[in-house]
Design a protein. Structure first.
Lengths: 330, 321
């Protein structure tokens, strides 16, 4: 099979959560790919599966969740087939992750320097104490003063500083891919701008790819080269950022862009009617069909696959003439 | 001179901070010397980052928090002096919608009781009349009659925010504080809620104070805007004036930090360095001076006064841009 992304290629990824309400099909055939050094934005609203996708790529889905199907090829390795031991050599070393709430992702009873040192110690198999010179370098790189921060506990840092520490920890092992799950959503705009600038600068310096998970179209426009739009556990559209904002093809993407307020925009915002579906009992066919302004008969029965309709522009929608269908339970 | 509904003069709200008994008393100066006027029938936005005091200001205006000093006039009457029946009457006319619709609705009450409770306190009316009013207000916010007999957990975030708003407008208020009403909602839902807020303001002749950290929303919904920084208003005026010609360096950098959803938009990279100082011990002089690119000696030692930079455009800066 030909890979669409040289660094990461996720195909047909299915993840379900078994709850007392029933089986939640959080991801139902997610497609995603990235090249080395690229910045991919994964966007969507609450419950679209963007965070679950990132956790599944890292193989961090825990009970009651389960990865049921799909392939994750990262750097030539098929991650879902690796032993736990081998996966541990990938996780935190070749790819790492930072989260939305920096303060709750740091260990509150361990000093910051030690926490960053742990990651380096693990990848280089050396005692933590010996990593300290490298930790200090890393702290400088993320714009913190090592003398002040090395021996601080997380509660002594502000939200922006904690996120800098997380980024330092994430990049300390020089991973090929950094997954950032809403890294700035808990921060103020001025701090958000600082953190995005830092991620940008470090990615240039260290050459790592960034998968940025966000709900904020503004952040995507500023940071990402490529965008994957997700809706209700499906990948619905993929294109370069400029292309996607200029010519959104999927009715959901179009609707989302019209709903975003921005400075200088005072015309009426257009909302998408209806609400995000319940994933215990998702709509038949295309999951967007009950809310779609351009729905057709075929959309109610068959689910459109994600296909390339123009060079580099993929969309899962029957408006663009693809007759195929995603095979359920394939 | 436009007709003023709310007038705030030198409002201060301080919270004492517990230190050891021997050290001198410290205060969080959450709102420090705020003066503003809100014209009737307009939307007045208050923007600022976390810790700027915008929520404390909103709550102080409603007397949900007792201010430390200052005056607040509502339709000419000074509300900090009101008591008893007069205060109750003003309370009906000033309502609030909170940020998080998951916490602001009582989980074990039916929607009809959530919306109807205020009417039982403020109006002398029968159960049937209450029922009719609830039914009418639900329709106004885009919900249906049968929703009356459900509990909050049966609704989505956007619907809950509509219920919270119905609870506020059913009392026929004149003034509503909207404290980050859409920040817990997805963008597609946010658009609907904002549109509803705008439509109902026009229909019911309401005045809004719209608290937000999102500059993009301000442009969509507000007529006037005040920018807060560490307890103080640093810039205030017509929205278009403030947005097109930001005169305080903080406003300018705040605007430059706001991400624009347009990948072709090339902005000059201007970052605001440093972080927000503590309002227990704010910097001397101008509170922004240690982060300001234009600051000099004077800014560090002397606190600037609020000045009318252009007609109706107020700036608290020694060297407005």
């Amino acid at each position: 099979m030909e890979l669409r992304g040289k660094l990461l290629d996720v195909s047909g990824l299915k993840v379900s959560f078994y709850t007392y309400r029933g089986v939640i099909k959080a991801l139902d055939g997610v497609e995603l790919w990235m090249d080395s050094g690229e910045r991919l934005g994964v966007v969507g609203e609450t419950g679209c599966g963007k965070s679950v996708t990132s956790l599944a790529v890292m193989r961090l889905i825990e009970q009651p969740g389960e990865i049921q199907a799909g392939k994750v090829i990262f750097n030539g390795k098929s991650l879902l087939e690796l032993s736990e031991e081998n996966m541990n050599r990938v996780r935190g070393i070749e790819m790492s992750m930072i989260f939305q709430e920096p303060r709750s992702s740091l260990n509150p009873v361990m000093k910051v320097g030690y926490q960053i040192g742990e990651a380096i110690a693990k990848s280089k198999k050396m005692p933590i104490k010996k990593t300290y010179p490298e930790v200090r370098e890393m702290l400088k790189l993320v714009g913190l003063d090592p003398d002040r921060v090395m021996n601080s506990y997380p509660h002594e840092l502000s939200g922006g500083m904690s996120q800098r520490v997380m980024i330092g920890m994430g990049l300390a092992t020089h991973p090929k891919l950094l997954i950032a799950d809403e890294p700035t959503s808990a921060l103020d705009v001025t701090i958000q701008a600082q953190i995005l600038e830092l991620l940008d600068e470090l990615a240039r310096k260290m050459g790592n790819a960034v998968m940025l998970i966000t709900h904020d179209m503004g952040v995507v426009a500023e940071f990402c080269d490529k965008v994957m739009v997700m809706y209700a556990g499906n990948s619905v559209e993929y294109a370069s950022t400029v292309e996607l904002f200029e010519r959104p093809l999927h009715p959901y993407t179009g609707g989302l862009l019209l709903a975003v307020p921005r400075v200088g925009r005072t015309d009426e915002l257009k909302a998408i009617k209806g609400t995000v579906p319940d994933l215990v009992d998702p709509p038949s066919g295309c999951r967007f069909h009950p809310r779609c302004p351009r729905v057709m008969e075929i959309c109610k029965e068959n689910r459109p696959p994600l296909v390339q309709v123009e060079p580099g522009h993929f969309v899962a929608c029957y408006l663009y003439g693809n007759e195929g269908e995603v095979k359920e339970n394939a | 001179m436009p007709d003023t509904l709310i007038k705030i003069e030198n409002l201060k709200t301080y919270f004492p901070v517990k230190k050891s008994i021997l050290s001198k008393k410290l205060f969080v100066r959450a709102v420090d010397d705020v003066t503003m006027e809100i014209p009737r029938g307009s939307t007045f936005a208050v923007v600022g980052e976390s810790g700027s005091g915008k929520t404390t200001l909103a709550r102080s205006v409603l007397r949900l928090i007792e201010p430390t000093s200052g005056k607040i006039f509502f339709d000419g009457s000074e509300i900090l002096r009101l008591k008893g029946k007069d205060l109750l009457d003003v309370r009906r006319k000033m309502q609030i919608v909170f940020q998080d619709p998951y916490n602001s609705l009582h989980p074990r009450k039916l929607i009809k009781n959530i919306i109807g409770e205020g009417m039982k306190i403020h109006f002398k009316i029968t159960e049937n009349e209450i029922r009719d009013k609830i039914s009418a207000v639900l329709k106004e916010v885009g919900l249906r009659d049968e929703h009356m007999f459900r509990y909050p957990h049966e609704f989505s975030g956007g619907q809950r925010q509509r219920i919270a708003f119905a609870r506020a407008i059913v009392l026929k208020p004149k003034f509503i504080v909207l404290d980050e009403p859409t920040s817990a909602l997805d963008v597609s839902v946010q658009a609907m809620v904002l549109k509803m807020l705008k439509d109902i303001r026009a229909q019911e002749d309401l005045t809004y104070m719209f608290i937000t950290h999102n500059l993009s929303l301000v442009d969509y919904i507000a007529d006037r805007v005040a920018v807060m920084y560490v307890g103080e208003v640093v810039e205030m005026g017509e929205k278009n004036t403030v947005f097109n010609h930001p005169s305080h360096p903080y406003t300018d950098l705040l605007m430059a930090s706001n991400p624009i959803p347009d990948p072709k938009f090339q902005r000059e990279k201007r970052l605001l360095k440093g972080e927000i100082p503590s309002s227990v011990n704010p910097p001397s002089g101008c509170r922004f001076h240690n982060r300001c690119p234009h600051a000099d000696q004077k800014c560090a030692s002397q606190a600037p006064e609020m000045r009318e930079h252009a007609p109706g455009h107020f700036v608290r800066c020694h060297y407005p841009l």
